[in-house]
Design a protein around this ligand. Structure first.
Ligand SMILES: [Zn+2]
Length: 304
């Protein structure tokens, strides 16, 4: 895979979800066949009409080059509203059921990486290197974030009935991604290749084990405030970008407030805003996403 940084790549903006993306949405740009790649790339960085950029994280040109146009920590405006059942499937590892039949009501761009082929969507050829590069970048992201390709790699048209992209078969595409990830055991890959219809039954067995560090598994240790000293303080200091010395001082408090403010600005619609007070109570702790995995799923579902 040839991965390059696009000129003017976005490195800052609204942040993605703290625990890493839950899934990947595949698109085409629906740009004119006559547009030069470099112009499409810059347009997708800047945005169009009332949609501010970045419009995706990765763009793939017909020669098979993958252009990163935004950091994976930056939220991109690519998926729009979609179906909560699909996001729920990503969280639980339930395979994608196919094209969406309803427009859907939730926005989840802060949980979704956007990957888009530069293609007009009107029958323009998708050369093999371009398709293959799309498989490769998706497999790379699945491995990096512990995303199950069968539940976590979706076409835009599987997210919402408002969209038709991409034009190729996503079921086949997911199989190709599975074969490229390093997280799926070899035997399972062979079984899948021969029994594509058994996809759902295999999902549980294939479900990648998320690499959970101790950091993401710490239970709420009680409210942390200025004066607190503990390992938990170190965790939150790393999360808010303060010096991780385990001592909750004025500097940490300032950073916590800034983090709470940023969280409130970027939260999904129905998430409850945090009190910007520089205290790390249960709400802020949970928002920082240190909670155990089973509880984390619950938290995610709470905003549907
Ligand atoms: Zn799209």
């Amino acid at each position: 895979m040839k991965l390059v940084d696009a000129p003017n790549k976005k490195t800052s903006g609204k942040p993605m979800r703290a625990g890493g993306p839950l899934g990947i949405v595949v698109h085409h740009t629906a740009s004119s066949k006559k547009s030069k790649d470099e112009n499409v790339i810059q347009m997708c960085i800047r945005g169009v009409n009332k949609v501010p950029g970045p419009l995706y994280h990765y763009l793939i040109s017909s020669d098979g080059i993958v252009w990163q146009i935004a950091g994976e920590n930056v939220k991109a405006n690519h998926a729009g509203r979609g179906n909560s059942s699909v996001l729920n499937g990503m969280i639980k590892g339930i395979p994608v059921k196919g094209k969406a039949t309803t427009p859907g009501k939730i926005s989840a761009n802060s949980s979704l990486v956007g990957v888009s082929l530069i293609n007009d969507g009107l029958g323009q050829d998708i050369p093999h290197p371009q398709y293959q590069a799309c498989v490769d970048i998706c497999a790379y992201l699945c491995d990096k974030y512990g995303i199950n390709p069968l539940s976590g790699v979706i076409g835009h048209s599987e997210w919402t009935s408002r969209k038709v992209d991409p034009t190729f078969d996503m079921g086949e595409f997911r199989q190709s991604v599975v074969s490229k990830t390093s997280q799926v055991p070899e035997v399972a890959r062979l079984v899948m290749a021969e029994n594509p219809d058994k996809e759902p039954a295999l999902v549980e067995a294939l479900r990648p084990k998320k690499k959970k560090s101790a950091e993401t598994n710490m239970n709420f240790p009680g409210t942390l405030r200025r004066g607190s000293r503990s390992e938990a303080v170190k965790l939150l200091q790393r999360r808010v970008g303060a010096k991780a010395d385990g001592i909750f001082g004025w500097g940490t408090k300032r950073k916590v407030k800034a983090w709470q403010k940023a969280y409130n600005r970027n939260k999904e619609m129905s998430q409850i805003p945090l009190t910007v007070d520089g205290f790390v109570g249960r709400m802020t702790w949970n928002a920082m996403n240190f909670v155990p995995e089973d509880r984390e799923v619950h938290t995610e579902r709470a905003f549907f």
